[in-house]
Design a protein around this ligand. Structure first.
Ligand code: PLP
Length: 412
């Protein structure tokens, strides 16, 4: 693995095979890591090595291959636990993605703990995967939903907390970093307030865990959900971290093989953590490769990654602010946000913006980014989003700005 004494973006780029290709003589400016990141050679090699050398089911076979696969799978769990500062690797549950992790909490914790009239506090900036499971839970249990609003710069209205948080609030679910506004939310302060009324705090870390140091103890939450595919790992693997006492008290989410102790005809007893929440054959190679992704990111250093992104973000905000007719959403201060930048361009539909950028081999995302309530609040049907990661450069930002100028001229 590359040893990086300082943040060397060109060395990092060389680790990503996909970034080596050109389309129509233009290199790829990949600005859609918020949707899914690219994968370094180290992670691709790790996945390939599993399938070529020791592919076997885990926790079952007594033969050597299965033991090797089991060892690697559980070692990956330990790497994830260390990556987020978990007290124990038993607190790390492998899921398919953030969405499944949030649904697990909603079904299992929510089903066991919510009563009619209880309240669930969300924020208006949530991704649909941190809204819909709670709506479904509210429909099943008779609980009610409340939403914390945002100010003109897309920051949470903390002044609403006193009014929206009460002893009826049993759960607060919020994103650590908005996938549209880039806003980094003050999770610790909100978690402390939520705990003071006895609520459990669920954090959607899909956009924070890949981009900055995240320590669950410092964050002060009770559950944290995130996806491997946004942090250099393959698709199909995600994580739910939860406090051990809470997880141990929760009923299983899915039933089946691997999650049981004894199965009788009428009933079963369940395995201890984490197996209790991992029914069926898991995504073995993907979990092992997530461990490799944690190693890869840790070696570069999450502080360094965040620093690189802040620098790119500052440059992007400066360049994009100079584009005539462009409206930027989210906080102006780089201290309050991460490097996902959403905007509209007067007179050009966001999908047309994305299509013109694609012609320049600049990949961005356009649409509502799975945040319809937020877009309704922003009073726009859609935005274009550029999201940055470890392998992006100032040149990528320049090409984005040039593509936007081109779109503006074409539609003028
Ligand atoms: N939450 C946020 C903030 C996201 O940005 C995303 C994905 O874009 C998700 C949740 C859902 O992630 P996944 O599709 O991997 O479950």
């Amino acid at each position: 693995m590359t040893t990086l004494t300082q943040f060397d973006v060109l060395a990092i780029r060389r680790e990503f095979p996909i970034l080596q290709q050109e389309v129509n003589g233009k290199p790829l400016a990949f600005l859609d890591s918020g949707a899914s990141s690219q994968k370094p050679r180290q992670v691709i090699d790790c996945l390939e090595d599993y399938y070529k050398r020791y592919n076997a089911n885990v926790h079952r076979g007594v033969y050597k291959l299965s033991e090797e696969a089991t060892f690697a799978y559980e070692r990956a769990r330990g790497k994830v636990a260390r990556f987020i500062g978990a007290a124990s690797q038993r607190e790390v549950i492998f899921t398919r993605n953030t969405t499944e992790a949030l649904n697990l909490v909603a079904y299992s914790w929510g089903g066991a703990n919510l009563q009619p009239g209880d309240r669930i506090l969300l924020t208006i900036m949530e991704h649909h995967s941190n809204i819909v499971p709670w709506q479904q839970l509210a429909q099943r249990t008779g609980a009610k939903l409340d939403y914390l609003g945002i100010d003109g710069e897309g920051r949470l209205r903390l002044d609403e907390l006193d009014q929206k948080l009460s002893e009826r609030t049993k759960l607060v679910a919020l994103t650590h970093q908005s996938n549209v506004l880039g806003t980094i939310n003050p999770v610790r302060a909100i978690a402390d307030r939520a705990h003071a009324v006895g609520a459990v705090v669920v954090v959607d870390g899909a956009q924070s865990v890949p981009h900055m140091p995240v320590d669950v103890q410092a964050l002060g939450c009770d559950f944290l959900a995130f996806s491997g595919h946004k942090m250099c790992a393959p698709t199909g693997i995600g994580v739910l971290w939860g406090r051990r006492a809470l997880l141990e008290a929760m009923p299983p989410f899915l039933g089946g093989g691997s999650m049981i102790k004894v199965v009788e005809l009428e009933q079963s007893t369940y395995a201890d953590l984490p197996a209790r929440f991992e029914a069926g054959t898991p995504a073995i190679g993907e979990a092992i490769a997530l461990g490799a992704a944690c190693d890869y990111l840790s070696e570069i250093g999450m502080e360094a990654i965040h620093g690189h992104e802040v620098e790119l973000l500052a440059y992007a905000l400066e360049r994009l602010s100079a584009v005539e007719g462009l409206t930027l959403f989210g906080p102006r201060s780089v201290e309050q946000r991460g490097a996902a930048v959403s905007f509209t361009l007067d007179g050009v539909h966001p999908h047309d913006v994305a299509a013109i950028l694609d012609g320049e081999n600049v990949a961005v995302r356009a649409g509502h980014h799975c945040t319809q309530p937020l877009h309704r609040q922003l009073d726009v049907p859609a935005t274009t989003r550029a999201s940055f990661y470890i392998y992006n450069t100032h040149e990528d930002v320049d090409r984005l700005a040039a593509g936007l100028e081109k779109a503006r001229r074409m539609f003028a």
